[in-house]
Design a protein around this ligand. Structure first.
Ligand code: FES
Ligand code: FES
Length: 214
């Protein structure tokens, strides 16, 4: 596994929302403009309560987070990562680079991995978000991928681990875990400064059959 370089098109940010030629500022401004232009318009019935004094850049959104319905008003410029961490107190997704380069903020949006630092909260309107807090089994049982990370010592400080696990689950579900080479390629957007890469690949290989059956 290797870090992405800014002009390496084969390792685009895991969100798939911003190409290598599009910087974060351009992406945020463009997406906010699109949202304000009507892309996230809500029915009156569906909109959370807002007041006449609500600034134009604040948007009401409704979404499912870890199976729970959530309604809130967000600043159109706010990332999904900041909304999860600061508004919903879901701090499992980590802010590593805040630029789509490290994968520490990886969550699932409608079942697809995304870099939540590059995803606007407004883009999650009427969609389903799953974070590391939402993958436990009945009775709080560890997800097979979490157990496999423990079994393979696939972490040291643990800072990258929530993002690694969310990406690892997507790696299996999307059919990229058939060989160690496939796993390394798919997971190349998730960096680990502790160098736990060997254990991470082993963990994904162990958990893959269970995740495929789930
Ligand atoms: S990729 Fe989002 S914090 Fe690094
Ligand atoms: S376990 Fe420390 S950064 Fe990955």
């Amino acid at each position: 596994m290797k870090p992405r370089s800014s002009n390496d098109t084969t390792h685009a940010p895991p969100c798939g929302l911003a190409g290598p030629e599009l910087n974060r500022r351009e992406m945020v401004l463009g997406s906010a403009a699109a949202a304000l232009a009507g892309g996230i318009a809500l029915d009156a019935d569906a909109a959370p309560a807002t007041s006449a004094s609500t600034p134009a850049y604040e948007l009401p959104i409704r979404l499912q987070v870890n199976g729970q319905p959530v309604a809130l008003v967000v600043d159109a410029r706010t990332s999904l990562l900041d909304t999860l961490r600061e508004d919903l107190a879901l701090t499992g997704a980590k802010k590593g680079c805040d630029h789509g380069q490290c994968g520490a903020c990886t969550v699932h949006l409608d079942g697809q991995r995304v870099a939540s630092c590059l995803t606007l909260a407004a883009q999650a309107d009427r969609r389903t978000v799953t974070t590391i807090e939402g993958i436990e089994g009945p009775g709080g049982a560890l997800h097979p991928m979490q157990q496999a990370f423990i079994d393979h010592d696939a972490l040291q400080c643990g800072y990258c681990t929530p993002g690694q696990i969310m990406a690892a689950i997507a790696c299996v579900r999307e059919g990229h875990a058939k060989t160690p080479e496939q796993i390394r390629e798919y997971m190349s957007g998730n960096l680990c400064r502790c160098g736990a890469y060997v254990g991470i690949v082993g963990a994904i290989q162990q958990a893959a059959p269970l995740v495929r059956r789930a």
